[in-house]
Each structure stands twice: as C-alpha cells, then as structure tokens.
Design a protein around this ligand. Sequence first.
Ligand code: ATP
Length: 383
Amino acid sequence: MLVGQTVARMDAVSNVPLTRQHGGQIDLVSLSKTFGDVVAVDDIELCIEPGEFFSLLGPSGCGKTTTLRMIAGFEQPSGGQILLDGQDLVAVPPHRRPVNTVFQSYALFPHLNVEDNIAYGLRWRHDRTRDGTTLDKAQRRRRVGEVIDLVRLGGLEKRRPAQLSGGQQQRVALARALVLQPKVLLLDEPLGALDAKLRKHLQGDLAALQRDVGITFLYVTHDQEEALTMSHRLAVMDGGQVAQVGTPVEVYERPATAYVADFLGVANLLDASAEAAHDGRQMVQLCSYTLDAQGDGAAGAVKLVVRPERVRVSPDEPGGPNCLPAMIDRIVYVGSTTQVHVRLPDGQTLQSLTANAESPPDWPSGTPVAVTLPADALRALPV
Ligand code: ATP
C-alpha cells in the first residue's frame, strides 16, 4: 500500500527540531533504466546539493518519474549508482533509505483525522531516533504539532481527509512525509491535481517550507513556470537524458539547446546561418542581414533564439545595429501585455511582447515596421 511504503521508509528519526535539519546530497552516477526496449533513463549524471530545491523538468515520458522512483527504491536501476552523502543506495531497500516521497495522489487514510494521518508514520518507525534514543509519546505529539504548524494546518487537526480541500489534503501529505525527517524529500508532481490558482499559491508555500526545514527537495514537474519559480536549480530532461542543468536564470536566459529554449517558454526560434564564434560572439545571417549574436559554435546552420519580451518593434525605417525590416502579421491583446506578430522578409515569423503600460499598438496587418533583436538577447544555438 502506498501509504505504508511512504511511512515505512524511515526506521528512525532525530530529535533535531524540524526547522533546523541538514539535507542530504544526492549524486546520480551514470544512472540508467531500461524497460525492455524502452530506455527511460539514459546514463545521467547529476549532483543535487544538500539543502537544495532541485527540479527535474521535462515533457511526459522524458524519464523524470523513473529517476525519482529509482532514488526512492521503487525501481532498480539497470546501471549506475545513486549516492546519498556518498553512500550507494542501490542495494538499500526502500524502507531503509532516508528519503520520503510525496505523490500527486495524496494517499491519505480516509478514516484517520489530520493528526493521526501525520502521526501514523512515527508509530511505524520503531520509536527510535537517529541517535538511538527513544522518542516518547509526548515527543511524538510535540513533533506532530510542530509539523502541523509548519504546514499551517492548525485548527484542522480533528478533520478527516474528506472534510478538507485539495490544497489542505496536499499539506497533510507533506506533513506526513516531513514528520519523519527525511534527508531528502522526493515530490512527484505534488500540485498536479490542484487548480491553477491554488497551484500558484502553494508553489510559494512549498518554496518557503523548504527554506524553513532545510532538507533537500527533489521535485518532478512538467510545468516550466513551477520549476522556474520554486527551484534553486533544475535539470531539463529530454528523452531520458539531461539536456541542461542550471539555475532558473541560467537555463531561461542562456538555454544550451533549441529544445531547452522551446520547452522553457515562448521563445522565437529562427533558422539562420552563422560564422564561427569568437569570444562568445557569433555573426549570423538572417534574411541577408548580418546580426551580432551570442554563441560559441562552429560555422553553419543555427537556430536563433530570442525571447519575445526582448524583441522591439517600431513603425520607423529600419536602422541601427541588429535591426531588420518586417511586416505586421497580427496583434493580439492579452490583458496586461500585447503580442505583436511580425513576418520577416524570408517568411519566418517572430513575436514581440510588450507590457500594456500605455495604449497597445494598433498597426493594421501589412504595416511595414523595423524589428530590433538586441545582441545581448540574441543567441545562436547549434541545430
Ligand atoms: P510523466 O510526466 O508522464 O510521468 P515522465 O517524464 O515521468 O513522464 P517516466 O514515467 O519516467 O516519464 O517514463 C519514461 C519512459 O519509460 C516512458 O517512455 C514510459 O512509457 C516508460 N516507462 C515507465 N515506466 C515503465 C514501466 N514500468 N514499464 C515499461 N515502460 C515504462
């Protein structure tokens, strides 16, 4: 049973207060998993630092959950190592690993109230702390009270799961994992079942909670905004491999591949050709205009990436560096912003996004305009 698996994973907890814990370091070394012909995880290397909020981000089927399940011990790797603070976990059974998992389905006991759902795991961990001393009943009650405060469930202790909202049930699931003081908390799309507004709200709460408890969070999601807003660092996965690892700013501002740029949000991706790079800069040809871009690749075909919010469109004659002519395709008003879609001389389209601080532009389709792609915002990526 899911809940049994989750709570049985710790056989001892420490007496350290919940808000002053040390997270574990996870090293994945040449980790692979195949299911028959399917390579779900393909020789990945990752180091997740102690106390880090780290996300695995990628589309459905890219191997995120399989990676998490191998760390939890629910799947056996086909090859490689999983180190927790230097100790290989592969031969350690799931219930002996100092990690806990929070699933998208909360798997709460329907007949137990909030307090008892949370306390359930403590009863299973043989009443021994990590330093060998016994956690008595009063200490157990204190620990449960502490975690209830931490996830802000005070006042709801006696309610059963059916009497809670989705967000409150998710907090109980979190509390039940945290009360066991794992070194690493694994979270598999834990906000997936909630509506968009509540998700946003809980994203902030989760990040704050992680800062408070200090343990390492490994978070799986296919939602790029979620990963960017909560994580210290993230790995973008593609077909079982790690496409890029970095801070949210690094992967968003400096995507290593066109795949990462595309996955992380609305990016303009344009076909162009480039000269060989010098000192991190590359001269590129777009519609027979020469533009200055960031890049470090060889000469040849490239994808140019530029975020819509960095593209400037003006009704003036083209002029100045990195400026080329275009034609208005359509303008889409989206409340706080306006999308201006333009067509370049070679037929490729490009989007500009402007905040609606003033009245939005109302140029008709076909209006000739000048488009500027600032050199510091334009990146040439290998195809
Ligand atoms: P999602 O976001 O949809 O959960 P994911 O990125 O977590 O996707 P995984 O669940 O790790 O992806 O699956 C990776 C690949 O491995 C997929 O092609 C999937 O079909 C396959 N796979 C996962 N579990 C099994 C299994 N038990 N047997 C066979 N194939 C599996």
